[in-house]
Design a protein around this ligand. Structure first.
Ligand SMILES: N[C@@H](CCC(=O)N[C@@H](CS)C(=O)NCC(=O)O)C(=O)O
Length: 216
């Protein structure tokens, strides 16, 4: 049985969990946090900065959510077309995965990180810088979506997009300026595997450092 170490409120954990669920890959979830020091220690030792998620498959430790999805695609092939078989198309999918991680998740984490660093007096300059990056990413994604046809399939792109857009919209509402992106977020949130993650994360919403809005 695969073991996935992570936390239900963690965006990158969602990314791996969504892939495992749509692929119908059985796994045991191992919670990270103060109540589970043994799990936390295992994660801390596995990668350079001890981040989660971490997948343990027999003797193999896989960290980085994208790498976990690649591992599942290679070793536990299931019904989900997580990556295209064609290497040229697969390279394009990986590029968009990088867009969501580097240009949506990263500025979102920068905002969250600023509230964690200085909860009472976060640095507004750093926050504004990150929000401006999110605006640029939203603009780019709005244009990209004009040509994106997923045919309803859930690939690495959707696994990366769902958690990053879910939380990014909390710190920088996508709004009417980006109708395709707003519709894509709504589509992703309605997917059963994503809705499941959203529900499992509800108990921790009050801990969202910048404050969670009263909506999904
Ligand atoms: N590049 C990593 C990022 C993982 C990451 O940032 N995980 C966060 C949770 S969403 C984490 O481990 N935070 C705790 C920490 O940084 O100590 C990936 O793609 O998996």
């Amino acid at each position: 049985m695969l073991e996935l170490y992570g936390h239900p409120f963690s965006s990158y954990t969602w990314k791996a969990v969504i892939a495992l669920r749509v692929n119908e890959t059985p796994f045991a979830f191992r919670m990270v946090g103060p109540e589970h020091p043994e799990n936390t220690a295992r994660v801390a030792a596995a990668s350079p900065l001890g981040k989660f998620p971490l997948l343990i498959d027999d003797e193999t430790h896989v960290f980085e959510a994208t790498s976990i999805i690649e591992h599942v695609w290679l070793h536990h092939r299931g019904p989900a077309p997580l990556l295209p078989d064609d290497p040229v198309e697969a390279a394009r999918v990986r590029m968009i995965d990088r867009v969501f991680d580097n240009y949506v998740m990263a500025p979102l984490q920068a905002v969250v990180g600023e509230y964690l660093r200085a909860p009472k007096a976060p640095d507004q300059v750093r926050i504004d810088e990150a929000l401006a990056q999110l605006d640029r990413a939203y603009r780019w994604l709005e244009d990209w979506l004009a040509g994106y046809r997923s045919d309803g399939a859930i690939s690495l792109i959707e696994c990366a997009a769902a958690p990053s857009l879910f939380y990014a919209d909390w710190v920088r509402p996508i709004g009417e300026a980006f109708p395709r992106l707003a519709a894509f977020r709504a589509h992703l949130l309605a997917l059963p595997a994503v809705a499941h993650c959203i529900d499992e994360a509800r108990p921790w919403r009050a801990f969202f450092p910048p404050g969670a809005p009263d909506r999904d």
